[in-house]
Design a protein around this ligand. Structure first.
Ligand code: CP3
Length: 343
């Protein structure tokens, strides 16, 4: 069916048996890699994202240098707010900034919806070029932010520890929040379908700030949109949902059309298996900060993690993105420890 030389990830998402789990790392193309820093010093963030040759080069760096079993296209979840007409800048050392936020009905109505996904041609071009350069070495992952997480940035205008403005908006004007979430969802579905058409073998939906919501509010403002995306994409490619922090939703989400669910390190693999009842492939959940431990400690912890998940339907990954201060050797040790494992 596929002409991939390494299709461990896709087999695992389909529930087929493999001799070991596949491994990749969230944010694997990033600032812990010296070659990424070189390009970062030459081109600003959105130039790197919008230039297919640069995005491809950055996407391939961890394949060549760290040996992961999958590539994830270098881009950002905030290209969706940009496509919908909001300005987004990346501030050195401070993260993303949206000078004009969504505050009321008028600002939601002003968002571009019709054909917004068509303005993201550079992402599809980057996927097609990366696919060609990969030449079947490993599968290619496309991605988007989940509607709740995108709403967080659109309303808050920047990163936040508490997301209290975004939550205030949702709790005081729920009809408007749902109108916004619906718009984001329909564009995200079209965007992900086009990513698959351009060459993505699977897609991950990052709900990075899902865990800011209580179980009841997650069910209201996050879950329906996540499951709608999983259902819409299922005929096209396997979908991985990553609702960071929302361990309480694992049972429900394992009954959705998602092929895989990512979990963070605040949940034991045993409980994750129990909640998801063997219905989906699980992904995670190594504490990214554990990559700062001595290498023998990393290798020991990786083995313990895989043992705890038990055999099959498991993708080794971190519980969130790799941080810039991780030595490359430590990232390599994480990947090697998974590759040495046999069920
Ligand atoms: O995983 C990969 O290797 C692909 C690349 C990728 C980036 N952003 C590149 C990036 C992915 C998958 C993302 C997704 C993303 N972007 C998320 C969801 C994943 C997560 O970590 O929860 C979020 C919340 C964003 C928004 C965003 N982009 C933030 C908060 C920041 C600043 C924080 C930081 O790490 O600096 C970014 C910038 C960003 N996106 C960088 C990279 C490599 C660093 C900026 C730089 O290199 O100049």
């Amino acid at each position: 069916m596929s002409n991939l030389k390494n299709d461990l990830l896709l087999k695992t998402l389909r529930g087929e048996s493999t001799e070991r789990p596949p491994v990749w790392m969230m944010r694997q193309a990033g600032r812990y890699l010296p070659d990424y820093i070189k390009l970062r010093n030459k081109y600003d963030f959105f130039t790197r994202v919008q230039t297919p040759e640069l995005a491809t080069e950055i996407t391939l760096q961890p394949i060549d240098q760290v040996g992961v079993d999958a590539a994830i296209i270098f881009s950002d979840i905030l290209v969706i707010p940009q496509a919908m007409g909001l300005e987004v800048t990346m501030e050195e050392g401070r993260g993303p900034l949206l000078p004009k936020t969504v505050t009321d009905k008028a600002s939601i109505e002003a968002l571009v919806t019709e054909g917004a996904e068509e303005s993201l041609k550079y992402v599809y071009d980057a996927l097609a070029l990366t696919k060609k350069e990969l030449n079947g070495r490993v599968p290619l992952i496309g991605f988007a932010g989940a509607p709740w997480t995108i709403l967080c940035y659109m309303v808050e205008g920047k990163g936040s520890k508490t997301w209290d403005k975004a939550k205030q908006f949702a709790y005081t004007q729920p009809e408007l929040a749902h109108a916004l979430l619906k718009k984001i969802t329909s564009i995200t579905i079209e965007y992900l379908k086009l990513q698959v058409k351009a060459g993505a073998d699977t897609v991950q939906v990052f709900d990075s700030w899902a865990g800011s919501l209580s179980p009841a509010d997650f069910k209201t403002f996050a879950q329906p949109y996540l499951t709608e995306i999983a259902t819409a994409l299922k005929p096209h490619a396997p979908v991985i949902l990553f609702p960071k922090g929302s361990w309480y939703a694992l049972e429900d989400l394992s009954k959705s059309d998602a092929a895989g669910i990512g979990i963070d390190w605040c949940l034991t693999p045993q409980l994750a298996r129990q909640f998801s009842g063997g219905r989906v492939t699980l992904q995670g959940n190594f504490d990214p900060a554990k990559l700062l431990a001595p290498i023998p400690e990393i290798k020991k912890s990786v083995k313990e993690m895989i043992d705890a998940f038990g055999p099959q339907r498991y993708i080794a990954n971190l519980g969130h993105g790799i941080t810039p201060n991780v030595p490359v050797d430590h990232a390599k040790a994480f990947v090697e420890a998974v590759k040495e494992y046999r069920y």
